[in-house]
Design a protein around this ligand. Sequence first.
Ligand SMILES: [Zn+2]
Length: 96
Amino acid sequence: MNDRASECPHTHFEADVSVHRLTDEASGIVSNFIAEMSVRCTDCCEQFHFIGADAGHSFVRPTVNVGATTLHAPIAPGVAPMPARLQYEAPPRSFE
Ligand SMILES: [Zn+2]
């Protein structure tokens, strides 16, 4: 965190999102779609990190890079099937 970032209330944001379409090299058939996202404050340029995802890479669950500044999320076209259960959690009191 830089000096400017430590005093910034972080009220304006910019996100980079890219979508990768992975295909089988021989057949050309699409095997996976992956969305990657990063977020930063446009006032102080502080990069945000994602919370709760494991570091690494997966084609079945969201993961983050080392430092958690990029979210890698497997995606698929269309509407997802109805979930078997819903889970809601209260936010923590502080992100510090
Ligand atoms: Zn900021």
